[in-house]
Write a protein that binds this ligand. Structure first.
Ligand code: ZN
Length: 247
């Protein structure tokens, strides 16, 4: 009886150890204050269009445009950059992860636009997985909220593969809903996409070097600081519809 109990306990303990070993979180190196390279990831591409509405270009196109602008602005700020794609090609998620983790002393920023069957839903969302990426996610979200008429849908933890498998701080930015009339129209406007890129680049430079270093290049004449303070709405309830999950 006792011997049997001990066997059961031993088996349970071994099982527990095994599950601890498999569930051990990946160690993410905190390079938020030291990074020299930014891996800029344009979501989707090729046969994977991402969010799509007949009224405008698919997510893969506008995401690449914002990503290229972020890339350019970061290089103007003398950061080294690597893009996971710079044309309309399909890159599997694991290949994106390989590119991201091949860059030593880096951070990773993935650019997406959102989609919902509920047309009224709009606003910015930024995602992270490791706690070491939370501050960067928060900073990007805050900068985006300085854009006029912006809505805060919050900074959230998520299990997206490009975040979960990252060896360095990694975030994913949802730059608004293509399914929303107003944000969809904005996303089709190159000047607006440049402003999005400018805010993201500013947040990245500020994360690395502190406030006041970034020299913006966007046309932000219409930018109103009132919009930033008025639009701090709470995050949406859990279970709110999200866009394409290929991220
Ligand atoms: Zn996407």
């Amino acid at each position: 009886m006792l011997w049997g109990l001990r066997l059961i306990l031993t088996a349970a303990l071994l099982g527990l150890l095994a599950s601890c070993a498999t569930k051990r979180p990946q160690l993410v190196k905190n390079t938020a204050r030291t990074f020299t390279t930014v891996v800029v990831d344009a979501g989707h591409g090729g046969q994977d269009s991402g969010a799509y509405r007949r009224t405008g270009p698919p997510e893969k196109v506008v995401a690449l445009d914002v990503a290229e602008r972020v890339d350019q602005k970061l290089r103007e700020s003398e950061l080294h950059t690597v893009m996971t794609r710079s044309s309309d090609v399909f890159i599997p998620l694991d290949s994106r992860v390989a590119i991201e983790n091949a860059q030593k002393n880096s951070i990773f920023v993935s650019i997406h636009f959102n989609d919902s069957s509920r047309r009224a839903i709009h606003g910015f969302e930024t995602y992270y997985h490791s706690p070491v990426a939370y501050e960067l996610a928060q900073r990007i979200q805050e900068k985006l909220l300085t854009l006029p008429h912006s809505i805060n849908r919050g900074v959230h933890a998520a299990n997206f593969r490009v975040l979960r498998k990252a060896a360095y701080p990694a975030v994913l930015v949802e730059c608004g809903f293509l399914s929303n009339r107003s944000e969809g129209r904005s996303a089709r406007n190159a000047e607006y996409r440049d402003q999005l890129a400018d805010k993201i680049a500013e947040a990245i430079v500020e994360e690395r070097y502190g406030p006041g270093v970034y020299q913006g290049t966007a046309q932000t004449a219409s930018e109103g600081s009132a919009a930033a303070t008025q639009n701090r709405t709470p995050p949406p309830p859990k279970g709110a519809p999200l866009g394409s999950l290929n991220r």
